[in-house]
Design a protein around this ligand. Structure first.
Ligand code: MG
Length: 333
């Protein structure tokens, strides 16, 4: 099994006619990283030696591209390699990665900062009707009292013990985040997500210790080293990698194992159809984020959610196939 030039096919000569993945599916970003003088770095290599290929791409683009789109492209390449490996083994990816439990606790991640309390409750009721038993809401309104009002309304509506998360999307300074965490604490959110910019590692430590809430972050980290610092120095409680931007399946699983070494759960950001496989392979998994971007309309078999759990499918590979007919409607002229 060898890697062929971008735009061609990843094919396994031992399985002619099968096990072929079109490299064009791996998105233009992959071509950008691997194109030109980067492409020869992997052409002709064994596509099953994923760690080796990951290192080659990483170091070939390290000087000018550590982080940013380079890692997004590397992530796409890495995801394609893991999908191929699982398909060759005729296993769903979660089983290839170790296999723990296909039923993964998940929450509904709403895009709801603009909603009034009543609108937020209606949207959340709809999420519960769709099978969710945990909900994340956005915070970071102009006045902290608006956030507190909405969180209080959610807690009163769903009752004690219903898992609620809050996500500030890097909105605050350290001092503002501490103040917000203290105001939210009586309503017992599972975690406070991205209270400040990801780069302020010491700031996370202050928010965690002085604010008194568990902190989740990681969707804007691009390396395993950033996660290490966030855990050891930043005192975060829920590492939250995104498989599409942290370096792919390879890095996501390393972050999950790193968290396990620190007796921490691992959660996730984005790409829930794929990420369900990764958390289904982790004994220390926390909640899967089922995001609210509405992408389900464009995949052939959207993720199944029932009674608060997302079910990792048993199709070989990651099993995510786009619905090209649905996507056709969005085609730019
Ligand atoms: Mg977030």
């Amino acid at each position: 099994m060898r890697v062929e030039p971008a735009g061609g096919k990843f094919a396994d000569p031992a399985h002619p006619g099968g096990d072929v993945v079109d490299a064009g599916d791996a998105a233009p970003a992959l071509v950008v990283v691997l194109g030109g003088n980067q492409q020869p770095v992997v052409v002709g290599e064994d596509a099953g030696a994923i760690e080796r290929l990951w290192e080659k791409v990483w170091w070939a683009s390290h000087y000018g591209g550590k982080g940013g789109p380079t890692v997004l492209a590397l992530s796409a390449f890495d995801i394609a390699l893991w999908d191929l490996k699982a398909r060759r083994a005729n296993l769903p990816l979660w089983r290839l990665l170790g296999g723990y439990d296909a039923a993964v606790p998940c929450y509904a991640g709403g895009i709801d900062l603009h909603l009034t309390p009543d609108q937020l409750l209606r949207q959340s009721d709809d999420s519960v009707k769709r099978g969710f038993r945990a909900i994340k809401m956005k915070v970071g309104r102009e006045r902290l009292s608006e956030d507190v009002e909405k969180l209080a309304a959610m807690r009163a509506h769903f009752g004690d013990g219903f898992p609620l998360m809050v996500d500030a999307n890097m909105k605050w300074t350290v001092a503002e985040a501490i103040r917000a965490a203290r105001a939210f604490a009586p309503y017992e959110p599972v975690w406070l997500e991205e209270p400040i910019i990801p780069d302020d590692v010491e700031g996370h430590s202050r928010v965690a210790t002085e604010g008194g809430l568990p902190i989740a972050t990681g969707e804007n980290f691009r390396t395993i080293w950033e996660f290490r610092h966030a855990i050891t120095v930043g005192k975060i409680s829920f590492p939250e990698p995104d498989v599409t931007n942290c370096g792919g399946v390879t890095t996501f699983m390393k972050v999950a194992h790193l968290a396990e070494c620190f007796n921490l759960p691992v959660t996730s950001h984005g790409a829930h159809d794929l990420t369900v496989h990764l958390l289904a392979a982790c004994p220390n998994r926390s909640y899967l984020e089922a995001h609210g971007f509405g992408l389900d309309d464009f995949v052939e078999a959207p993720l199944k959610i029932a009674d608060g759990k997302a079910i990792a499918p048993d199709r070989p590979g990651h099993g995510v196939a786009f619905d090209w007919t649905a996507l056709e409607k969005l085609k730019a002229e």
